[in-house]
Every structure is written in C-alpha cells, then in structure tokens.
Design a binder for this molecule. Sequence first.
Ligand code: FES
Length: 508
Amino acid sequence: MEIKHFTNRALWSESTSKHDFPRLTGDIEVDVAIVGGGITGLSAAYNLVKSGKKVAVLEALQVGMGTTGSSTGNLYASIDEYLFTIGSKHSEEALKAVVASRLSAIDFIEQRIQEYNISCDFRRVPFYLFTTADTSAKSNQIEKEQQAAVKAGLNISKSPPENFPFSVDEIVNIPDQAQFNPLKYVSQLALALQGDNCQILENTKVLKVEEGEPCTVHTSHGTVRAKQVIMATHTPKGIYAVHTAMEPYREHAMAVKIKGELPAGGIYWHMQLTQHYSLRPYIDGSEQFLLVLGEAYKVGHENDTAQNFKKIEEYVRANFNVESIAYTWAAQHYKPADALPYIGNSPTEKNIFIATGFAADGLVYGTLSGMIISDLIMNKENPYAKMYSPTRFTPIASATKFVKENLDVGYQLVKDLLFYGDADEVKDIKIGQGKTIKLNNERLAVYRDEQGAVHLVSGICPHMGCAVHWNNGEKTWDCPCHGSRFGIDGEVLEGPAFTGLAKPKHSH
Ligand code: FES
C-alpha cells in the first residue's frame, strides 16, 4: 500500500506541452521588468502591454514551472483560512472586498481564455466545503463559513448535490467558481503576449535587483534596465520586511487514478480536525485523475515529510477505490499574518512592486496582483489596492502571529546555530538521507546519494543566515526561517534567497 517512489512531479508539468521561449542575450531596456513567469507576472504583463508599456518577463526556469504549475488549478472566491477569518480579523467591508476582488480575478482569467482562445480545460464548477460524520466536531466552522459567504454577497446553498461522493454532515455549496489547467493557461497566455513589446525570456535567472532610476536587474545572461520592477516570484527575492510577517508552508499533492467514475467537476474541501483536504477531478483527453492536496506543514519544521504523502495516500484510499498513484508533488505557500496578501509598492523602494502572502489561494491572488500592480504602475485607481497594500499596518489583526513568527525565526537562528551534529556522523548517513554536521568549525549539509556518494554544501541559508533542514520526502534542504529551498548540490529552488548554498570553505 505504501508509495515506493515519490515522483516530485506535478500532474500539469507532465501532461502539458510547453512552448520554448528564448533566454536573454545581452543587455536590454524596457519600461517594466517582471521577475517571474507565472500567473502573477503574466497577468501584469497583459495589462501593461495593452496600455502600451514595453515589458520583459524574466523566468528562471520555464513559464509556469514554479508555483503556478504546482497548484491545483482551482479558482474560488473563498480563501484557505476561510472567509469568516477576514470578517473577524478585519471587517465586513473587507470581507466583501476580498470576495469581490477574487471574483474579478476569476473573470479576468475567463476573459483572457475567450480573448486568446486558450484551451486549458476551464470550467465553471461549484465549490464545496463540508464535514462528514468523523469530522463533525468542525461542523460549526462550516456554519460560520455559510454566514460569512452570505455576508460577502455570495449565493450559497446548504445541501450537497446529487451523487456527492461523501456522506455530508454540514456543507456550504458556492456555485459558479471555476477550475482549469494552470500550466496550459499561463503557457498559452505567454505565447499570445510574446511580441515586440513583451519579451518572454526563459532560463534567465535574476541574480540581483537594484532599485533606481532606472532599476537594474542583473541576470545570468545580461542586464535589464527598467523604470519599474515587479517581483512576481511568489515571495520577493532579497530582504523585505514582509518576510517577517509570513509563515512559509508546504503542502503535499497527489494525482491518482481511480476505479469507476470520478466525482463530478467541482472543488471539494473536506474539513478535517486540524486542516482540510482539497480534492478535484481532472480529465485530460482519455486520462482521468483525482487530485488530492493536504497535510500542510511549516517549511523546515518537520523531519519526516515523507510521512505526509503516506497520510494523503491513506486518506484517498479510505474514500476512493484507487487504481494507481500517478503523481506526487509538493507546493509552497506563504501565510500572511493578517490573512490578507501583500500586493503593491514595496514599502521602501518606490520603483519596485511585490506580490506575496497568497496562502494556498495563489492562482486567484496572483491574477489579482497582476491587475492591481499594473494599475498602480499606470496611475490608475484600483478599488482594492489600499486593502492589500504591503504598507498597510494592522496591529490588531497581525499582532499575535507576527510576534510568534519572529520569535520562531529568532529561535531557529539560535537553536540551529548552537546545535551541530558531529563529523563522525557522516558515516552513519544512509543512502538517500541528509543531515547537517559540523566539520572544521563549519556547518555543512551532507547528503548521501543512491550510489553512496556524499554531497557537501554549506548548511547556512544565504538569505539571512538560518540553518537549513533536511526534507526527506523531496530530498531538498529547506530553510525554516523564510522558506528558501535548495537542491542537494545547493542550487536555489525557491524562496527569497537569490543564490544557492555555498560550497564548503574547506575541501574534503
Ligand atoms: Fe531567510 Fe533562509 S529563507 S534565512
């Protein structure tokens, strides 16, 4: 019953044909440089190009292959932390604005699909949040969500549809939400936008951004000068105050084939006692998949992340007749302190714009970020800009989490730097395992590969100096402070760090 092999590949990345875009060659000058070719960057590019701006989208890998391509493809007005949280942390007005802004972003996606005839399996479907008999202790939360959704102006129903695959205790059913294939959407949008005024540049890794007039973006293949820079990188690269007001989480996902019929199209959030599992069906030609996502944990805080895949497998097998497990992967998200993302002008740099803190709701918030930031750049009024501004200060809503998060970062710095394993421990590291040790007064991250060879890199995160932790499910080095992640040879995979883990100072 146990999964023998973690694919670490998202369903979309395998089943979508991607387009190749060139890499940057030499130095260029544009109006706006967009760092990151995911849904945030491309949504911003669309609006800016339509308004006559010249833009360059700089993607370290391939378009959509970062967080966008690891998402579920679900588009909904609700949020991962539930709408009632906005009502209680902010106001009824904020609750209405969150829902209205998110619905406007879903409409934006649908309009682009129609405008460019993008074939990405977009469907309007209902969203369901529900409890079952075994999780009925949480049914009061569903009732709270029903009330919040009504206050926000959503039409809801409280009954499950026919052939619902679960026996429901309490449910909120929100019609007219949507789902699609996120990678097909962004790669075709990029193709439609590519042109003289919109350069889409792949395999172009940004190494440093200098604010100025103009700003200078240093990349692996040349320099881009731009009046403004948008950090559309999920969390901004470099050192920003917002990093201290967010918690980085990873969540595990699995795409399985089931015997019999898939549930009808829909977004299914099954409330558990400490979290919810998110499920959706996906049909790709003759292939049918059920996606299951859950078991979020704080990056760098769990030793045995492989365990999370097992828990999801147990859940899906308990509820469906599973034929095979096709894909397993994980995706990162950043939870903001006051349950609202940070979208807009960087508080300390007038020509840099950031978009982060989307929690697990990034496809919609990413699209919304593109809409808001492009309006800010073009000096257009945007009804939601103020509410999501990174300069906002909400001491009451953020206080507890903010203090806790910063205490945790401080604790990680001290705890990890005081504790070292011992050099002798290298020989105890088994095939496929990683561990941090102290050698010649240096903290090192050590991994033994399948052939028995040892890979050594510095164990100190180059972002702000925290110690990295081993992630056994994905075989990566993860930083518990602000979520930077690195491969076994130190290459940076995601997060605010620009550069990878250093080579050890002493050669061994
Ligand atoms: Fe900030 Fe590692 S991500 S110190």
